[in-house]
Design a protein around this ligand. Structure first.
Ligand code: AMP
Ligand code: MG
Length: 408
């Protein structure tokens, strides 16, 4: 508060600057459909057939010709059509065909009358309504026409795409190989979980958060563990990541402390931009490239690391992986309590969004200090407060962004 924020880079500029430099870097391979879950389509998929592949009944009932009904007398049932067992017999005049949902309609059918609108007396069927031409018939190609584009390159295959592709009989799909991302944490104070802490130590939490988010994105993670604040060991880790991965994500060591060696090493090994972003949390952030791999340096503070990954690294990795990325929805909600905010940075406060009597309401999770990690796990959304906005009074409208796929 009170410090000069005019030199800080807006989030949108940082994002644009990164995305302009990045390009898809993953080759494609053909995979059997069940193995392609979570992968990104490498090519557009056109439908090899029409769906449905034949005209069929949308109801259990009777297939009729309108001319037969015009007479006004009951029709005689000529036979039955089941799903998978079309009716192939004769269809004499003044007859109808009993038909089940999904069965192909016999040639000449004008409409299907649902069973509830008929009365059966043995084989004599009386129709209680006058059908309209085409009623209850699902037409060939009504859902998807043969040759039509069904999914675009860049689509991630989820449970929603699986049945669609299967309905088209597509047994294998062209997908991109997963993006390979190396990660490590930096800091002499960090200890891996499962080991005791000495005075001054803390557990390395960032690596588990980043791994979880990479997992959610379908990336292949090369975990290089914890690297102490030691230039020689950091250098070796950078070089290994550069040899083996498409991108490297580190946390910590990107501020201006005396143990922050990342900057000097990266200036020596590659091309690096260190940015002070106009967002809170997450001010220090580094982006650049090593000889082969892209580099993303997240702040050490756990909340800052998660937020910068979610907001900045996620869209960048999606681009590298050839995946179409959609910005999460932003909604308007009423602040149910006052929110602390100083002008100068775009805030991503952690909030709890609920449905109130008059619409969406949002509350703060409490301390918004970037080291208070528990605030993230209690939250279900960001409260996005504009850069120049000051303190928010209860009852004001604010923008909220429900947590997207990475944080759910
Ligand atoms: P740094 O950016 O290295 O100066 O770290 C900023 C703060 O975040 C310090 O309090 C660090 O101890 C803490 N921190 C850095 N890395 C991690 C990590 N991997 N897990 C938990 N806390 C961390
Ligand atoms: Mg550090």
């Amino acid at each position: 508060m009170g410090f000069d924020t005019s030199g800080l880079l807006p989030l949108s500029d940082a994002l644009q600057g990164m995305l302009a430099q990045l390009d898809g870097c993953c080759d494609s391979e053909q995979l059997p459909l069940p193995e392609a879950l979570g992968r990104v389509l490498a090519m557009d998929i056109a439908s090899p057939l029409s769906v449905p592949p034949f005209d069929n009944s949308a109801m259990d009932g009777y297939a009729v010709r309108l001319a037969d009904l015009a007479v006004g007398a009951p029709l005689i049932m000529a036979g039955k059509a089941f799903a998978g067992q079309p009716y192939q017999g004769e269809w004499p005049a003044r007859h109808c065909v009993r038909i089940m949902t999904g069965a192909p309609v016999p040639a000449g059918t004008d409409a299907v009358v649902m069973q509830e609108e008929t009365q059966a007396d043995g084989d004599r069927i009386t129709f209680l309504t006058t059908p309209v031409s085409g009623q209850n018939i699902r037409r060939r190609g009504e859902d998807i026409r043969e040759g039509a584009s069904v999914l675009a390159a860049g689509t991630r295959i989820t449970a929603r795409e699986m049945p669609l592709l299967a309905s088209l009989g597509i047994a294998s799909v062209p997908v991109r190989r997963p993006l390979k991302v190396a990660i490590f944490s930096t800091g002499d104070e960090l200890k891996p979980i499962g080991t005791p802490l000495a005075h001054g130590d803390i557990y390395d939490s960032n690596r588990y958060g980043v791994r979880a988010m990479l997992d959610r994105m379908g990336c292949d993670c090369l975990d290089l563990g914890i690297i102490p604040d030691n230039p020689a060991q950091l250098r070796a880790a950078f070089l290994k990541a550069d040899r083996e991965a498409d991108a490297l994500i580190t946390t910590g060591g990107v501020s201006v402390g005396e143990a922050d060696f990342t900057k000097q090493l990266l200036e020596e090994l590659g091309e690096i931009g260190f940015w002070k972003l106009a967002i809170k949390p997450g001010k220090p952030f580094a982006f650049g490239r090593l000889p082969h791999a892209w580099f993303f340096g997240l702040p050490g503070n756990p909340v800052s690391a998660m937020v910068t990954f979610d907001q900045l690294v996620q869209p960048a990795l999606a681009k590298l992986a050839g995946q179409r990325f959609e910005r999460p929805l932003q909604l308007q909600a009423i602040a149910a309590e006052p929110l602390k905010k100083a002008p100068g940075r775009l805030d991503f406060q952690r909030g709890i969004l609920t449905q109130g009597p008059n619409g969406l309401e949002v509350r703060s999770t409490g301390s918004q200090d970037s080291a208070v990690f528990s605030s993230l796990s209690r939250a279900n959304c960001y409260i996005v407060l504009e850069r120049e906005r000051g303190r928010v009074a209860a009852g004001e409208t604010v923008t909220v962004e429900p947590f997207g796929g990475l944080l759910l």
